[in-house]
Design a binder for this molecule. Sequence first.
Ligand code: HEC
Length: 118
Amino acid sequence: MLKTLGTIAAVAALTGTLAYWTGQQPVYAAPRAGADDSTPDAQSVAGAKVYHTKCSVCHGENRQGHPPKIPSLVGIGSRLTNQQITATIHNGKGGMPAFAKLDDPDLSALIHYLTTTK
Ligand code: HEC
């Protein structure tokens, strides 16, 4: 058994197979895993652009709003349905102007951004 392992190790070392294998693994695996964890999806990026163009002037850079006059939009997806958010955007509400012409793909990207990112 030990003799067999020794033989395999010797052959691997001689041919450079072992060094090649262990050396190559991290090079291909590491950058992919990192990118998947930290890169926001394309729709969130598009939605954030719409938000910062049309909404952040009132609701703030971080969606905190200015309570009590301007409500926070943080976690809005757990308080309102997508339909209710869309209705508020299209019709306006109280001190909020209507964005009647805001439609797909900008609208769905914006809703996606508001309801899936922190
Ligand atoms: C001119 C300032 C202003 C702008 C610009 C603005 N809002 Fe508002 N928004 C308000 C105010 C004020 C309210 C509270 C309305 C009320 O309840 O009387 C509000 C309410 C809301 C609500 C309902 C929140 C809740 O808790 O009921 C949502 C959702 C919302 N805004 C989303 C948006 C989005 C998305 C945009 C960009 C397309 C936007 N707002 C742009 C001022 C603004």
